[in-house]
Design a protein around this ligand. Structure first.
Ligand code: SF4
Ligand code: SF4
Length: 137
């Protein structure tokens, strides 16, 4: 199994540094790969990243919610969305996303479609080579 980062990820980057096997990679280009991605072949399911995420975006693969009920106000980010999100990441740097959407209270979201992109990023996407163009955002 592996852990999965869902579209609740807004690139806070709090998780990346704690991974003991360095398998969390910031997606590039951001509009195409807006999250941080976990290499499923390398993740050891230690769970260390989960409590580091202030947006509660990381789940064991078999616990990814299929019917998440939004508190309201939280953002999701997916490549096919066009809303704007700005914030400050774990290191004090800027976060700017143009693939975001703010959820309404009670809105129900299925996060299971977010599982496959975590695999695709390393199979058909940039994978570890995204580190070469990582600008810290
Ligand atoms: S800490 Fe959470 S929001 Fe931040 S990059 Fe990691 S998964 Fe994404
Ligand atoms: S569960 Fe552990 S090994 Fe897997 S991505 Fe998180 S910190 Fe890394």
């Amino acid at each position: 199994m592996t852990h999965i980062i869902t579209s609740l990820c807004v690139r806070d980057r709090g998780c990346i540094d704690v991974c003991p096997v360095e398998c969390m990679i910031a997606g590039q280009p951001i509009n195409e790969w807006p999250w941080i991605y976990i290499d499923p072949d390398t993740c050891i399911d230690c769970g260390a990243c989960v409590p580091e995420c202030p947006y509660v975006a990381i789940f064991p693969e078999d616990e990814v919610p299929s019917a998440y009920t939004a508190k309201g106000g939280e953002y999701i980010s997916r490549a096919d969305l066009t809303g704007h999100f700005e914030g400050t990441n774990h290191h004090g740097g800027p976060i700017v996303l143009d693939t975001a959407k703010q959820l309404e209270p009670g809105e129900v979201v299925d996060f299971t479609p977010d599982i496959q992109p975590n695999y695709d990023f390393f199979k058909t996407g940039p994978g570890y080579s995204a580190k070469d163009t990582d600008n810290g955002m």
